[in-house]
Design a protein around this ligand. Structure first.
Ligand code: HPA
Length: 236
């Protein structure tokens, strides 16, 4: 047990999927895993461990924003020895070719700051995904014919943004989408020599204003979970 995760040490798998929303963790476990066990409910941040085609997998909510994700990922890596960590979440599209429902496979995650900024100080570190995991996710998306884009994303500290000029600079530099967690996931994985990737569904678009209707969110979320599981185990 850790301060924020009530699981026993052996209850967490080496492969962890991290949706922001704890109820999405439950949905993904119910729909993709067998032999499911609830392994964490501290603060309602549900985590489940189960079997996916003979592989042990944990699906643990990470909450919203990098400070919250950092707590869970630090404990998953340092106390439970998680080795492969894949964020599955939503994002806001930023480029004209990025459509609502598309999947984004994030090569890098830019930010204004992360919880790691305190140690990087003057360095503008470039948090990047694990290449083998990224390549496997691209293969999985192609195999499933899921429309997808591979490139940089922006991990913002705010959802209600008072600085539209920052989004404009990100768009100008080819950033595909905005979300709020991936940069710190990548920082931590690189620090502890673990594998990380963020796979995201475009739930809304910053310039067109289009948004995924709630009736279609489940289907899109399912495509992303399938890609994440396929990627996690095709490179092991
Ligand atoms: N901003 C930040 N995070 C998000 C967004 C957004 O527009 N959409 C989904 N996650």
């Amino acid at each position: 047990m850790t301060i924020h995760i009530g699981a026993q040490k052996g209850d967490i798998a080496e492969t962890v999927l991290l949706p922001g929303d704890p109820y999405r963790a439950k949905w993904a476990a119910d729909n993709f895993l067998t032999k499911i066990r609830l392994v964490n409910e501290t603060r309602g941040m549900l985590g489940f461990t189960g079997d996916y085609l003979g592989h042990n997998v944990t699906i643990q909510g990470s909450g919203m924003g990098m400070p919250t994700l950092s707590i869970y990922v630090n404990e998953l890596i340092r106390d439970y020895d998680a080795k492969t960590l894949i964020r599955i979440g939503s994002c806001g599209g930023m480029q004209p070719e990025v459509n609502v429902r598309d999947v984004i496979i994030a090569m890098t995650a830019s930010s204004v700051s992360t919880p790691s900024s305190a140690i990087f100080k003057e360095l503008n570190f470039a948090p990047s995904a694990d290449y083998a995991l990224l390549r496997a996710a691209v293969d999985a998306a192609r195999k499933r014919s899921t429309p997808h884009h591979v490139g940089g994303i922006y991990s913002s500290d705010v959802f209600y943004d008072e600085r539209p000029d920052l989004n404009e600079q990100m768009m100008r530099h080819g950033i595909l989408a905005v979300e709020m967690e991936a940069a710190e996931l990548y920082n931590l994985a690189l620090r502890y020599n673990r594998r990380a990737l963020a796979i995201l569904t475009v739930s809304d678009h910053l310039t067109t204003g289009e948004a995924l209707p709630s009736s279609q969110r489940e289907q899109s979320f399912g495509d992303m979970v399938a890609i994440a599981l396929d990627a996690a185990f095709s490179t092991v």
